[in-house]
Write a protein that binds this ligand. Sequence first.
Ligand SMILES: [Zn+2]
Length: 126
Amino acid sequence: MRRKKHRPIFVRNCDYCGTQLQTNEPNSDSYVITAEHKIFCKIHYVGEPPIKDCLEDYIRSKKNVRNETKKINEIQHQEKKEISKKEKEKVLKKIDDYLFELKQKQRRQRAAKFQTETYSESKSTI
Ligand SMILES: [Zn+2]
């Protein structure tokens, strides 16, 4: 018995909602393909507003994402400014601390020198 030859079914998922779309359906207009080869469901009857228009939704969501990333970038930029200011203060404080440490060290070294001198002196006297 001859096997029935199956017509290959090309299935792609909608790039917006993930619905399976048969792209080789004859007279099927339930999807649209963009110039970027993205596929979206589009269920639309003449004279009626589209029931489903994933391309439209996709474009809208993309715009929102772009706006949000812009906002995030602005926030990050502001944060960077604040951080750099804080970093500057930190560095300045570090320099102050370092200078303070250095002075303390010098004082301690002098004191230590003095102490060892007095110690060695006192030792020599013994
Ligand atoms: Zn869809």
